[in-house]
Write a protein that binds this ligand. Structure first.
Ligand code: GLN
Length: 254
């Protein structure tokens, strides 16, 4: 298939921002592209490397410890902020998980320092006193008019607050979400997605991987169905782990 598209991904700081093997999300995207005869290109952009906003369809950043975030934040502002802001503005897909999600916002405030973020979505994260927000989590939001569920795992000390008018990714059904108080999880502006759900976010939610792939490839591409028996089991087991029942599973059936 010579005229089939290629999904071009740029992974930001994959050697450092990869807590809970967040890098596995890229493997799932690769697997689904290959199974469909869609080209797949994965480029890493580490410290000191500039990014070309036009050379990629999807930018990805995983989670990291506070110390990882502190180490990359300055470099990210210097070498990648302008390109990522342009990419976001131009409708490119950005997927940011946990520590990476926190860095999409204005800042991440720790006890003794304030880490400046990319400022491409209107949110702030604060490390307040209190327990870390840990556990299985399940959120709901609409895609093309139908309710869908994302299930996964969260573990964060930072609490994220969306400024008014900044839309969340979803509504928390189980778990803590952005801050354990307002019932919101993640952020979704244009094609920029931030979420605290990590580890195998996409392997547990293959439908979301396809949603991102479709958006990254221009929105109107038909993706051929795959044999998703294992992916469905992973999704169901993540929903069950978060305390969801069979009604939710039916809701999320493809
Ligand atoms: N360091 C951040 C926090 O604890 C993010 C952690 C993560 O990516 N799991 O809030």
């Amino acid at each position: 298939m010579n005229d089939s598209p290629t999904l071009r991904i740029c992974a930001l700081y994959p050697s450092r921002m990869n807590i809970y093997a967040d890098r596995g999300n890229m493997l799932l995207l690769q697997h689904r592209c290959e199974a469909r005869g869609i080209g797949f290109e994965l480029t890493a952009s580490e410290a000191g490397e500039h990014v070309d906003p036009d050379a990629h369809d999807l930018f990805y950043i995983g989670g990291g410890q506070d110390s990882d975030q502190i180490q990359i934040a300055g470099d990210m502002l210097e070498t990648k902020q302008a390109a990522l802001a342009e990419a976001a503005e131009g409708g490119k897909v950005i997927l940011a998980v946990c520590g990476g999600y926190q860095l999409l916002g204005e800042y991440y405030e720790l006890a003794d320092q304030k880490v400046e973020g990319l400022g491409i979505v209107d949110l702030r994260t604060v490390r307040e006193p209190g327990e870390r927000l840990i556990g299985n989590v399940m959120i709901e939001f609409e895609v093309d008019g139908s309710p869908r569920v994302l299930a996964g795992f969260e573990n964060h000390g930072g609490r994220t607050y969306l400024e008014s008018g900044c839309p969340p990714l979803g509504r928390v059904l189980k778990g803590h979400g952005n801050n354990g108080k307002d019932g919101f999880e993640g952020v979704h502006v244009n094609n920029v997605f931030g979420t605290y759900l990590h580890g195998p976010l996409l392997p547990k939610n293959a439908w979301f991987a396809d949603h991102l792939t479709r958006l990254a490839l221009g929105g109107d591409i038909e993706l051929e169905p795959l044999d998703d028996d294992l992916e469905d089991l992973a999704h169901e087991s993540a929903i069950r782990a978060a305390g969801g029942g069979s009604g939710l599973m039916r809701l999320t059936q493809r």
